[in-house]
Design a binder for this molecule. Structure first.
Ligand code: NIG
Ligand code: FE
Length: 407
């Protein structure tokens, strides 16, 4: 007998070749936190009451995989509302960064904060994401910029995943910005020097860097990636966000899980990503906040079969965003993704961007029973509405998540 059977649902499995992998009149069985059966109810192997210890009727509601936010900087001290005001008066993100504001001001606030206050500050942001059905999240460091404070951020990220019913994948982003008392060349070498301890701590699931004129050159990034590779840590890259330094191709050369932002990525970069199987993570919240006008090469990603993911980039500067559903809307309206591509971007492709494609991201037998039940008539509504949350409830590894939004 299965633990639980959900019947009379409309399934957006996000697997197979049909639109949304849809199954009408569908049923899902959960056993030991995994999906034990997925398909049309008419094909169940017997009367429902004989199959599971408990049965729920979904009344025709839609079920999707649990949502995955595959790029965030959720753990940080302070906020940058004052910088927002400066930008409204005409200062650019780059000017503020060069004047010692931007990421560096968050570094100061994060270094001053202890683990408990970082944890408490991140909680409501995470609760907001979870209230919309996020069951897996990636959280980067990158506001410590030295071993002690980078590890502190990573520990807080891990702790969030142990206290709340959410899977947290952590990423070491030591090469996020150049600390005020250093230069890019010297500091990138110290990031390389941090790698053995970061790897030994077990606190990082991947390594990321910011390859940009205001951060690290392709050569410096490559040295950080070599160190990551040496310690068998997969890599990701903030690539081609403000200019084309060939970041996408560099990420692909290292077999990166993902290259992220990508507004300025060239055709060569797209081709290299396709070849390497690197996911394109698009961040429409940062595009919006920075009033970017250059679109990522979407058509080229499609033509080359590069999987496209969407994420919040939740951070205090370029994306103070805590709604993944809003990213679906913006992904469609700004980037002309279809609602189906947008949903794949926060499920199947987001799982791949975290190396979780075997266990998460679709409704398929054997995968972790992370799912969302929605009060919607069509899955396109998830991207269509703006600022509306139709989540009825979500399951994390088969267990209903309740009250997360009230934390
Ligand atoms: O993804 N591009 C660099 N890093 C972040 C911004 C972080 C910040 O401004 O604090 C991003 O946009
Ligand atoms: Fe980012």
């Amino acid at each position: 007998m299965w633990d639980h059977l959900y019947r009379d649902g409309r399934l957006a499995t996000m697997a197979g070749t049909d639109p949304y992998g849809a199954i009408d009149g569908g049923a899902i069985a959960v056993e030991g936190g995994r999906l034990a059966w997925v398909g049309p109810e008419s094909e169940l192997p017997g009367p429902v009451e004989t199959l599971a210890r408990t049965v729920s009727d979904l009344g025709g509601r839609w079920i999707t995989p649990g949502l995955i936010d595959c790029h965030t900087h959720l753990v940080y001290g302070g906020n940058r509302a004052a910088e927002f005001e400066l930008r409204l008066k005409g200062a650019s993100y780059e000017e503020i960064a060069r004047a010692g504001g931007g990421i560096i001001s968050t570094v100061e606030a994060t270094r001053q904060a202890d683990e408990e206050s970082l944890f408490q500050a991140a909680l409501p942001r995470l609760a907001a994401l979870m209230a919309e059905g996020v069951t897996t999240i990636e959280i980067k460091s990158g506001y410590g910029l030295n071993l002690e404070h980078e590890l502190k951020q990573l520990r807080v990220a891990r702790q969030l995943g142990t206290v709340l019913p959410i899977t947290v994948k952590t990423t070491f982003l030591g090469a996020h910005a150049v600390p005020p008392d250093s230069d890019a060349e010297a500091y990138s070498e110290s990031v390389v020097a941090m790698m053995p301890e970061v790897a030994a701590s077990g606190l990082a699931d991947a390594v990321d860097a910011f390859c940009e004129s205001i951060a690290f050159s392709p050569e410096q990034t490559a040295r950080v990636f070599q160190a990551a590779r040496h310690h068998r840590l997969p890599v990701k890259l903030h690539a081609d966000q403000l200019s084309d330094l060939g970041g996408a191709a560099l990420a692909a050369r290292f077999g990166a899980l993902s290259a992220d932002h990508l507004e300025y990525t060239s055709e060569d970069g797209v081709a290299a990503m396709a070849e390497a199987g690197t996911v394109a993570v698009l961040l429409p919240g940062a595009f919006y906040v920075l009033r970017e006008t250059k679109l990522p090469p979407i058509e080229s990603f499609r033509a080359n079969g590069v999987p496209i993911a969407l994420a919040t980039d939740s951070n205090p500067g370029s994306a103070p965003v805590t709604s993944l559903l809003l990213m679906l809307s913006m992904g469609c309206t700004f980037f002309r993704l279809t609602p189906e591509e947008a949903l794949a971007g926060v499920t199947r492709h987001a799982a791949k961007a975290l190396g979780l494609q075997d266990t998460h991201g679709t409704l398929e037998v054997g995968k972790v029973a992370d799912l969302c039940v929605w009060d919607i008539e069509t899955p396109a509504e998830l991207a269509y509405r703006v600022g509306y949350n139709p989540l009825a409830f979500a399951l994390k590894a088969g267990v209903p998540i309740s009250e997360a939004h009230r934390l």
